[in-house]
Design a protein around this ligand. Structure first.
Ligand code: ARG
Length: 591
């Protein structure tokens, strides 16, 4: 049990002993207990006396005093009143000792399982076949993976679905390009690169020559009509793209339960549009079919209205184009219905660029009108910027490819390792560079507030001293090396039955270790992996301070003290490892 929960329970008991009429407490009332921002006031605080005082017709300060009196013999914490009736709690040393032992023995590092687990579909990554899988997709891929891991660890049932863009108008160009520009040898070697080259080439050709654009359209019409040759090209193209994507996912150690791309819903689009029309949700408009406002909201909250020069205009959601084709919107409605039917999820999380927020607001509104009961959430993220604060570009002005970014990060790490640790074997260097390079890119994503844009900087990403993955990885390696040194000296560690916590650095380390189980569920409140990142940085810093102040293996350190400190080291190693693994970040053996 977390200390926060334990305190809540004690307060609950204290409350029951004071209040004569329990019906005065609102149903489902949860006693607020939070960690204090400033340790000088204690470890936890509660404003319960102020919240309930009025209801119970009690003066908050007197009420708080009654609670303090009732908690007087608590082995858990001492309580004090501050201001108009705040309660501050200081965890007792005995309770910290017990907590240290509990955490050391707990394989979940103190993280409780969710009491009401949900089924959650996480829709993330979703690159577009044959179009560039660019750096923008990195955010979705990495944030989506981490959220999936965290939700899974907390006990939710997570379904990871890669909604790839494997259908759509771009395939007219791709089929034409495939027929005229493809180099099959290069396709074998690096499918994504070759497809991208072909895509760019045909894209340019279309810009220069309107007749080629027409020819691409013809290929699209043929494909949509089920032409065998074009279908075969499309299929092959999707297949090699998936292989290429899988290589990137393997490198990132990310996997999916499903790859239900846009094309999976092709057969459902026509009946869906009919259903929408029959239900009066969509109607014909200038040859197209669109969903318009349900007129149930004020215009400023209505996803189907847009303000142009002070006037509110219709902003429809197009479900069928005037040429009869269907697009992203229609597929997404079909996807909502499919998931509802087959996965029966409680929630669906769309980890997608903030620039698509209008699309999702409209989609969710349509789902609502179709009486979909699943809670749909857009987990939006901002744009990655370059030093010039404009969307991140390569030197030649192109959007960087994900695979290239990963490789560059690994190469840069390799250079740092070469400089700092030339004596490692080539194999070791390579392995460490891979783990550090990939970890650094992931952490750069996961340590940002996802909603904001952020500036991509190699120096910041890879700094050993800073809020980076290499710093955390190095911290974990350092903790683990203590046990290696112990073994080298011929010693062995078995967890002691009691611990000694003398130094304030020891207590502070336990305090942080203990917060893991309180912080992790909060990450999902608003889907913010950066809360976990910040926590891990704080834990690492607490460890380094502890390690500086409290020698572990030095001569003259007695066995009980040593074992007690080793217990803290062991629990730190376990917690850092768990936390980093939830961010998808590995730890090398050496660094
Ligand atoms: N393929 C889309 C893109 O690259 C992302 C798909 C997100 N998922 C969804 N269900 N719309 O922008």
């Amino acid at each position: 049990m977390t200390l926060q929960k334990a305190l809540q329970e004690e307060l609950q008991k204290a409350l029951a002993s004071i209040i004569e009429d329990p019906s005065l407490i609102p149903d489902g009332f949860i006693i607020p207990v939070n960690t204090t921002k400033d340790l000088q006031f204690g470890d936890y605080q509660s404003n319960v006396a102020m919240m309930l005082g009025k209801r119970l017709k009690k003066n908050p300060r007197e009420f708080a005093q009654q609670l303090v009196d009732a908690l007087e013999d608590s082995p858990l914490a001492s309580a004090e009143i501050a201001g108009p009736g705040f309660l501050n709690f200081r965890i007792t040393e005995a309770a910290w000792r017990q907590q240290a032992l509990n955490l050391a023995a707990d394989s979940r590092c103190g993280v409780p399982l969710e009491e009401n687990p949900k089924t959650i579909v996480v829709d993330f990554s979703g690159p577009n076949v044959a179009k560039p899988m660019h750096i923008g997709h990195i955010r979705s891929t990495i944030i989506g993976d981490s959220l999936s891991k965290i939700a899974g660890f907390l006990g939710h049932q997570v379904i990871r679905d890669n909604h790839i863009g494997d259908w759509g108008t771009q395939f007219g160009m791709i089929v034409y390009g495939w027929k005229h520009f493809l180099n099959t040898e290069d396709l074998e070697k690096d499918p994504l690169k070759e497809l991208l080259r072909v895509y760019k080439k045909i894209n340019d050709a279309c810009k220069d020559d309107a007749s080629i654009k027409e020819l691409c359209k013809d290929e699209l019409v043929k494909l949509q009509a089920g032409d065998a040759e074009n279908l075969a090209i499309w299929e092959r193209c999707v297949e090699v793209s998936k292989e290429g994507l899988q290589r990137i996912y393997d490198r990132l150690d990310i996997n999916f339960d499903y790859w239900l791309g846009e094309s999976a819903y092709n057969d459902e689009l026509k009946p869906l549009v009919e259903q929408l029309c029959e239900a009066g949700i969509a109607r014909e408009s200038d040859g197209a079919v669109c969903v318009f406002s349900g007129e149930t909201e004020k215009p400023k909250n209505d996803p189907f209205k847009i303000n142009r020069d002070g006037e509110w205009l219709d902003f429809p959601f197009m479900v069928q184009k005037s040429d009869g084709g269907y697009g992203y919107a229609t597929t997404d409605i079909a996807t909502v219905l499919y998931r509802q039917k087959h996965f029966k999820p409680d929630e669906v999380w769309y980890v997608v660029d903030a620039r698509q927020s209008d699309h999702f607001r409209q989609l969710f509104d349509v789902a609502n009108r179709l009486e979909v009961s699943t809670e749909l959430k857009h987990i939006a993220f901002g744009t990655i910027l370059g030093d010039d604060r404009k969307p991140f570009k390569t030197r030649s002005g192109e959007t960087p490819q994900l695979a290239d970014v990963l490789q560059e990060s690994v190469d840069r790490s390799a250079a740092v390792i070469e400089e700092k640790n030339p004596d490692l074997t080539a194999e070791e260097k390579e392995e460490i560079a891979e783990i550090v390079g990939i970890g650094a890119v992931k952490f750069a994503e996961l340590s940002q507030n996802r909603a904001s844009d952020y500036i991509f900087s190699w120096d910041k990403l890879l700094a050993l001293q800073g809020d980076t993955a290499p710093y955390l990885q190095y911290s974990a390696v350092r903790v683990k090396s203590i046990f290696r040194k112990l073994a080298e000296k011929g010693g062995a560690y078995t967890a002691p039955e009691s611990v000694i916590l003398a130094a304030k650095e020891e207590i502070h380390l336990v305090r942080l270790l203990s917060q893991f189980g309180e912080n992790l569920p909060n990450v999902l409140t608003d889907c913010r992996p950066n809360l976990l990142s910040t926590y891990l940085l704080e834990l690492a810093r607490a460890f380094h301070s502890f390690f500086e102040a409290c020698p572990v293996l030095k001569d003259g350190i007695e066995a009980p003290v040593r074992d007690s400190r080793l217990l803290l080291c062991d629990t730190t190693a376990k917690t850092l490892e768990k936390g980093l693994s939830l961010l998808g970040i590995q730890i090398p053996n050496k660094m």
